[in-house]
Design a protein around this ligand. Structure first.
Ligand SMILES: Nc1ncnc2c1ncn2[C@@H]1O[C@H](COP(=O)(O)OP(=O)(O)OP(=O)(O)O)[C@@H](O)[C@H]1O
Ligand SMILES: [Mg+2]
Length: 267
């Protein structure tokens, strides 16, 4: 689902990532941990097309995103990826419902379709009664669940989260973490979660520890060092045979037909 090969990234003279090789499978819930400044956010942003590596290739959902340009890249991000950040980043002047709709409207859905699906998600997250509330009228946990709904509205194959529970209390934190696993079980989405939260990293299928710009430990492959990991990854069969449809065509088709995907069949 996500294949990183020899990713390096520097900011000026600071080399943050020094050759990351990583293969994440469909439906895995993976946590990325490591000390502050280790490069976790940088790596997540590279996976999420929000930043580009200096060297290396990134294949996400069968597409080599390092080769996509501008419009196609934006379409790819909008349709295939969902983002959840530490501080929800909801737009304050819009209601919960409107915030959730935004990625769907960008993808060419009409307002009625977008709102219907946003309401399905709000129901699923137990927030139907908060639909008309603006972010300032929601609790921290509610805001974060609205942010998750916004990440889900286009049925992305992959959710990327950067310290999603970092601003939550214990109860809301536990609920949000449970939600990730529920979503994976229900919809088969792949989750990559950067976290400082011990409990969450212990719950995930796999924990990747980043330090000094390399993967120090990956419990999918214990005792493996980074070189061993790349060797193993090279031997793994990949499932990229299916060439994805042209994204701009797909978005145009969706816009033209008003085609709606069911919440029951995401990813
Ligand atoms: N745009 C940038 N320009 C210059 N330096 C940057 C930039 N982004 C990140 N860095 C530096 O790269 C290093 C890695 O940053 P990154 O945000 O990836 O760390 P992190 O592992 O997410 O840390 P934290 O746990 O504190 O969020 C840090 O030393 C940071 O100062
Ligand atoms: Mg970070």
């Amino acid at each position: 689902m996500i294949q990183l090969t020899n990713i390096t990234k520097s900011f000026g003279t600071l080399q943050v990532l020094k050759g990351i090789d990583l293969h994440i499978n469909k439906g895995e819930v993976v946590s990325i941990v490591g000390p502050s400044g280790a490069g976790k956010t940088t790596l997540l942003q590279i996976m999420g097309t929000l930043d580009t590596p200096d060297t290396g290739t990134v294949i996400v959902d069968g597409i080599e995103i390092t080769k996509l340009k501008d419009k196609k890249l934006a379409q790819f991000r909008n349709l295939r990826l969902g983002f959840v950040f530490q501080f929800h980043q909801l737009l304050p002047e819009f209601t919960a419902l409107e915030n959730i709709c935004i990625p769907a409207l960008i993808a060419g859905k009409n307002k009625k379709q977008a709102e219907a699906r946003a309401m399905e998600l709000l129901n699923f997250l137990g927030l139907a009664e908060r639909a008309k509330h603006k972010p300032a009228e929601l609790s921290g946990g509610e805001k974060q669940r609205v942010a998750v709904a916004r990440a889900l509205i286009n049925n992305p194959a992959i959710i990327l989260a950067d310290e999603p529970s970092g601003s939550l209390d214990t109860k809301n934190k536990a609920e949000l973490h449970q939600l990730f696993f529920d979503l994976r079980d229900k919809f088969g989405q792949t989750f990559v979660i950067v976290t400082h939260d011990e409990e969450l990293s212990q719950l995930t299928d796999r924990t990747i520890h980043i330090k000094d710009g390399i993967i120090q430990y990956d419990n999918a492959q214990p005792a493996a060092n980074n070189e061993q990991l790349s060797a193993d990854n090279a031997q793994q069969p990949t499932d990229y045979g299916q060439q994805p449809a042209d994204l701009s065509q797909q978005a145009e088709k969706n816009a033209a037909t008003g085609q709606e995907e069911s919440i029951e069949s995401p990813a």
